[in-house]
Design a protein. Structure first.
Length: 94
């Protein structure tokens, strides 16, 4: 999968992803959620206009990008009735 990324300077001149292309499909980034460094890599967690979440990795030695994780906004939705109360241990006398 070919990944092309467009970077812009954010607050404090921090590099942020503006948009990226996956196999020619343009994805506009609505929010840069996080970024961190690994050994020879930089990771960027971003959200698109449809609330899908992506983690992109920049390989500093190869100067290339990879899509590491994609999470659909639909898979993140949790129905309100799914909440549960968990109780650990026992309560004597109650």
């Amino acid at each position: 999968m070919e990944v092309c990324v467009e970077i812009c300077a954010g607050p404090g001149s921090v590099e942020m992803i503006r948009r990226f292309h996956l196999d020619g499909r343009k994805i506009e980034v609505s929010d840069n959620l996080d970024q961190w460094h690994g050994a020879d890599y930089r990771y960027f967690k971003v959200k698109d206009e449809d609330d899908n979440v992506y983690i992109l990795r920049f390989d500093e030695s190869e100067e290339g990008w990879d899509l590491i994780i994609f999470q659909s906004a639909k898979s993140q939705a949790t129905p309100s009735h799914a909440h549960a109360h968990l109780r650990y241990g026992s309560e004597e006398g109650h």
